[in-house]
Design a protein around this ligand. Structure first.
Ligand SMILES: [Fe+2]
Length: 233
């Protein structure tokens, strides 16, 4: 098949076409991209009022239901930074993930793993003046998917960053450093080494809470030479 696909100018960003990740074959463009002029519609947005639109911060995914979810409790923290390493405050980060058994609360997720009545898997945090964020959750499990025979996604947390305008939304996945599934995962492997490592959180004993939760650090760089790989970039 003769396919074009679109390669981002930054080598660290995944191409829109990564044939081993099967669904990219149908959804990647076959024609050159068309630049859309940025008008007020694209460059403005509800800056400063995201919380009014989206509700208050939901930074503890383990305290959303009557009881506590099953699984390994973790605290994820980090900063959102621009290309010069400057903090990006007031960035809304949406969080979604499966439960410890690897199952999402979604009608299309029907694989044979239990739902957890005490875990929804959806959160939201906003970076502070130092660009910092933190949330508490449980470590998600691996889950099977239909990409190829015996395909399993590595444990991951989906993160979406909303900037000051509607056109400034970036989506990525956070992986865990001790996961053997990363190296055989077509989604993670759409990002070439060494950039792939930028999607892997770092275990940190300093932010690990004694008798409570393991700590992971995940800094997100929005663009530039140190940019975090983003989906659909
Ligand atoms: Fe997922």
């Amino acid at each position: 098949m003769d396919v074009i696909g679109y390669h981002h100018e930054d080598a660290g960003q995944p191409p829109s076409l990564a044939p081993a990740y099967a669904s990219t074959v149908a959804r990647s463009p076959r024609q050159p991209l068309v630049q859309i002029p940025h008008t007020l519609t694209e460059v403005t947005g509800p800056t400063g009022v995201w919380d009014k639109l989206m509700g208050p911060s939901r930074a503890d995914l383990t305290r959303q239901q009557r009881g506590e979810p099953l699984g390994q409790r973790i605290v994820v923290s980090g900063r959102v930074l621009d290309e010069a390493g400057r903090p990006v405050p007031h960035t809304v980060i949406e969080i979604w993930q499966c439960n410890a058994a690897g199952r999402y609360i979604h009608h299309r997720d029907q694989w044979d793993a239990p739902l957890d009545p005490n875990f929804t898997g959806a959160g939201l945090v906003v970076t502070d003046e130092a660009g910092a964020y933190e949330f508490t959750t449980i470590r998600p499990g691996a889950y099977p998917w239909g990409n190829h025979y015996n395909a399993w996604r590595p444990a991951h947390i989906h993160l979406s960053m909303l900037g000051p305008a509607f056109a400034t939304r970036l989506v990525t996945q956070l992986y865990f450093p001790d996961d053997p599934l990363i190296e055989i995962d077509p989604i993670a492997n759409a990002v070439p080494l060494p950039y792939r490592q930028r999607m892997v959180a770092r275990f940190d004993i300093g932010t690990t809470r004694p008798n409570w939760a393991l700590g992971y650090i995940f800094d997100i760089v929005l663009r530039g030479r140190d940019a975090t790989p983003f989906e659909g970039a």
